[in-house]
Structures are given as structure tokens and as C-alpha cells.
Design a protein around this ligand. Structure first.
Ligand code: HEC
Ligand code: HEC
Length: 175
């Protein structure tokens, strides 16, 4: 009886905890909502105060690199700095963000192993993503005109990698 109770306690508590840790909601949603990510993802959907209204409205994509230069962003190719509509945005719930990014990467048409590789590559190597993570590069958060985005993904690159890998290893669940 006691052994059964102990086992129940150990495994009954342990399994849901493991599942929760691999969750998108528990591990990644908060980080995806860092301003450094959403200011750019929301670019065409909303008017973040002081950004579009002040000076960005109607700017051609060709002009981004004149201010967001490689010197500012640290990108090998300055033109990797761009915004696009139809991405996950700050207005979405955790589940919707998770489903949206998988849909955008056409995960439903691919073998899970290919989707997993692509997701990992994007989240761990994309220069825009690294720019938004605290101390991931020496230029993370740097903006033109000597400004800095302060709402970076907290915890640094090692924690980010761990969270991303756990989520992908757990099957990229959107729970
Ligand atoms: C400078 C703007 C910018 C920043 C900063 C940025 N992104 Fe993106 N993101 C984009 C663009 C543009 C695309 C689409 C890329 C393409 O079409 O090739 C994209 C695509 C994505 C995708 C795949 C599709 C989708 O629906 O979202 C994910 C996932 C993603 N970004 C996550 C993030 C995360 C997480 C951060 C912050 C850690 C971030 N991005 C920071 C501009 C940005
Ligand atoms: C004339 C210079 C200039 C051009 C051109 C320009 N930007 Fe900016 N951008 C800035 C400055 C300066 C800031 C910092 C604004 C602030 O916080 O006061 C900024 C901030 C941003 C931010 C906010 C980042 C954050 O997380 O705080 C995004 C996103 C952005 N720009 C995207 C773009 C895109 C996309 C283009 C091209 C369509 C573009 N910018 C063209 C000067 C420029």
C-alpha cells in the first residue's frame, strides 16, 4: 500500500511535470512575447507607439538597411533586417502563436523530423532571433541612432537553446 502510494506520488507527479516543462506555453510563449520579437512581428499589423507613427510609416523595404546597417545589427547581410505581415503577433494567445509558427513553416506537409530541424535552425540561427536575445551577440538589441531595445529575451542564449531544444524534442506540442 505504502509502496503504491509512493509510486503514485513519484510518477503521478513526475510525468505531468515533464510534459509541462516541454510545453510551448510554459517554456517559450513568454520569451516569444519579448518586445524585441513583437515590435518587428507586429510591424504591419499594429502601430506600436513611437515606432510606425513617429517615423516608420510607409518606409520601403529597401530603406531598412540605410539605418539598420550591419554595423548596428551585427548581421552579415544587413538586408536580413526586414518586417513582414502574417507572422505571429503580440495579440495572439500561446496556443495560437504556436500553431501559427508551425503553419507558417508548413509543418503539416513535412515529416516531423524535417520540421524539427527547420524549426531548430530558425530559432537557434536566424540573425533576427539572435538579435532579440539578451547577450546572444554583441549587437543584440542595438538600434539605429544609438538606441537600444531593452525588452530582450531574458536569460541569455544558453537558456534559450535549452528551452527551444526541449520543446522540439517533446514534439513541438502547442498545449
Ligand atoms: C527585425 C525583425 C524581426 C525580429 C527582431 C524577429 N523576427 Fe521573427 N520573423 C521576422 C520575419 C521578417 C520573418 C519571416 C521570414 C521570411 O519570410 O523569410 C520571421 C519569421 C519568424 C518565425 C517563423 C514564422 C512565424 O510565423 O512566426 C518565427 C518562429 C519567428 N520569426 C520567431 C521570432 C522570435 C522568437 C523572435 C525573437 C526572439 C523574432 N522572431 C524576432 C522578423 C523578425
Ligand atoms: C531613417 C532610419 C530608419 C529606417 C530607414 C528604418 N528604421 Fe527602423 N528604427 C530606426 C530607429 C532610430 C529605431 C529606434 C526607434 C526608437 O526606439 O525610438 C528603429 C526601430 C525599429 C524597430 C523596433 C525594434 C525594437 O525592438 O525596438 C523595428 C521593428 C524597425 N525599426 C524596423 C524597421 C524596418 C522593417 C525598416 C524598413 C522597412 C526600418 N526599420 C527602417 C530607424 C530606421
Amino acid at each position: 500500500m505504502i509502496i503504491t502510494l509512493v509510486l503514485l506520488f513519484l510518477f503521478g507527479g513526475f510525468l505531468p511535470l515533464q510534459a509541462a516543462q516541454a510545453d510551448f506555453g510554459a517554456r517559450l510563449f513568454g520569451k516569444f512575447q519579448a518586445k524585441a520579437c513583437t515590435q518587428c512581428h507586429d510591424f504591419f499589423e499594429t502601430n506600436p507607439p513611437g515606432l510606425l507613427a513617429a517615423s516608420h510609416k510607409g518606409r520601403s523595404p529597401r530603406t531598412c538597411v540605410t539605418c539598420h546597417t550591419s554595423k548596428v545589427t551585427g548581421f552579415t547581410h544587413a538586408d536580413d533586417w526586414f518586417a513582414r505581415p502574417g507572422l505571429y503577433t503580440s495579440a495572439m494567445s500561446s496556443t495560437t502563436v504556436c500553431e501559427t509558427i508551425k503553419n507558417d513553416m508548413h509543418a503539416q506537409f513535412k515529416n516531423e523530423s524535417l520540421s524539427a530541424r527547420e524549426m531548430e535552425k530558425h530559432l537557434l540561427e536566424d540573425p533576427r532571433v539572435l538579435w532579440a536575445i539578451e547577450s546572444a551577440t554583441s549587437n543584440s538589441g542595438r538600434l539605429p541612432g544609438g538606441k537600444t531595445e531593452t525588452g530582450l529575451v531574458a536569460g541569455g542564449l544558453a537558456q534559450w537553446k535549452k528551452d527551444v531544444r526541449e520543446w522540439i524534442k517533446g514534439g513541438m506540442s502547442c498545449q
